[in-house]
Design a binder for this molecule. Structure first.
Ligand code: ATP
Length: 371
């Protein structure tokens, strides 16, 4: 499933040069984006970057100031929310407290004038879908947070919209339940074969649920890619820093060419050699970005002369159970982090505080970023 790699595939939801202003504030800035049918797409970014505004324009709660939002080729501008084939699930769930689970799910169907027998069948189908059959008669206050979340989900799916819009849907759940629910959501999305658009500021959540992620900053999209590409090939310091843990070291390009570049790295005090086409000029400022798990730590210099290597001293070790993060201070004063997987019991550490160590990484271990 990767329609974004198919040049003939047509987007299902399309933003064409969309700008949204509130007074003189620009919340969404000339943004274009295509989301495909059956895709689970995440809008990710810090608070205020415009992701909710973008989603609300699909739902019809906001209209673009300029540009167009299309669904299945049809321009949505001017169509009221209730006539759009979309449904939005809010973080607050917005369940009716005086109604039972059953009535909450049936509410929209009744309003639409669906025949009674059809409503009964549909509500039962939805209750089964979210595994809440035994809870039909309960009121929202008699449910756990996770169950309320599932009622809200069932209610948003009851009308079988073409697109489900999820606004921070798991924000109210604790970490463990959140992680479980993320898998339930992806499972549900695949079983229904629907298009899901989720807004979140939680990078782990976006990585877990989404087929593709758009990372946003101040009304613009900085990068659109799969979770693995976003993580391994961030296109900027902004994305590199926003997603996961990363070492970012400043330098200047000393050589660029097909399949390789060299960076005189102020941070490491050494030349960093990368296997990457860098579209910039010799002399340009750039940054070397490498994930801690791509940096190997050892007590002796690496034997392979083709790897990048620098030496330093261990000044901190963070034990996280599955991994330990070594903070190594280099002669330049910079700190580089290296992660070790704790596959064996580390009662006595092979590498410990104040050890003189070598850090090494392969040419394709990290990336050079020019912005
Ligand atoms: P959050 O995660 O905090 O909801 P967000 O990325 O979803 O953030 P938006 O809700 O899209 O951000 O808001 C983007 C910007 O637009 C914010 O600065 C917000 O204050 C502003 N904004 C949103 N709606 C309105 C409105 N109705 N009137 C004025 N400003 C608004």
């Amino acid at each position: 499933f990767a329609p974004w790699n198919d040049p003939n595939a047509k987007p299902f939801i399309e933003f064409r040069n969309v700008t949204k202003t509130f007074g003189d504030f620009t919340a969404v800035d000339d943004l274009s984006l295509g989301i495909y049918e059956r895709e689970f797409f995440a809008l990710l970014g810090p608070s205020g970057c415009g992701k909710t505004t973008l989603m609300r324009m699909v739902a019809g709660f906001e209209e673009p100031t300029r540009g167009h939002v299309l669904l299945d080729g049809q321009d949505l501008v001017g169509i009221p929310p209730y006539r759009r084939p979309t449904n939005m699930m809010f973080q607050s769930y917005a369940l009716f407290p005086h109604m039972s689970v059953w009535e909450n799910i049936a509410f929209g169907l009744k309003q639409d004038g669906m025949p009674k027998a059809d409503i009964v069948a549909r509500v039962d189908e939805m209750l089964t879908l979210v595994k809440l059959e035994q809870f039909a008669k309960r009121k929202p206050h008699q449910l756990s947070g996770g169950q309320r979340q599932r009622v809200a989900l069932a209610r948003s799916l009851a009308k079988k919209p073409k697109v489900l819009l999820l606004d921070e849907p798991l924000g109210a759940l604790d970490k463990k339940l959140r992680e479980e629910t993320q898998f339930e959501l992806t499972d549900l999305q695949m079983r229904l074969g629907m298009t899901f658009l989720i807004v979140t500021h939680d990078q782990e959540e976006a990585m877990t649920v989404a087929d593709r992620i758009a990372v946003m900053d101040r009304g613009k999209i900085i990068q659109i890619a799969t979770p693995a590409e976003i993580y391994e090939q961030p296109n900027s310091r902004y994305v590199a820093d926003f997603i996961g843990d990363i070492n970012l070291l400043e330098g200047r390009l000393s050589s660029v060419g097909a399949g390789g570049a060299k960076l005189e790295c102020v941070g490491t005090g050494a030349t960093v050699d990368v296997a990457q086409d860098v579209s910039a000029r010799v002399g340009d400022q750039a940054w070397f970005a490498i994930r801690p798990e791509k940096v190997t730590i050892s007590l002796t210099p690496p034997a392979d002369p083709n790897v990048n290597a620098v030496s330093g001293e261990v000044w901190d070790i963070g034990y996280l159970g599955d991994v330990s993060i070594y903070h190594v201070r280099l002669a330049t004063g910079a700190t580089v982090k290296s992660t070790i997987t704790n596959t064996t019991r580390l009662v006595e550490r092979p590498i410990t505080w104040e050890d003189k160590v070598w850090l090494s990484w392969t040419r394709d271990g990290g990336v050079v970023l020019t912005r």
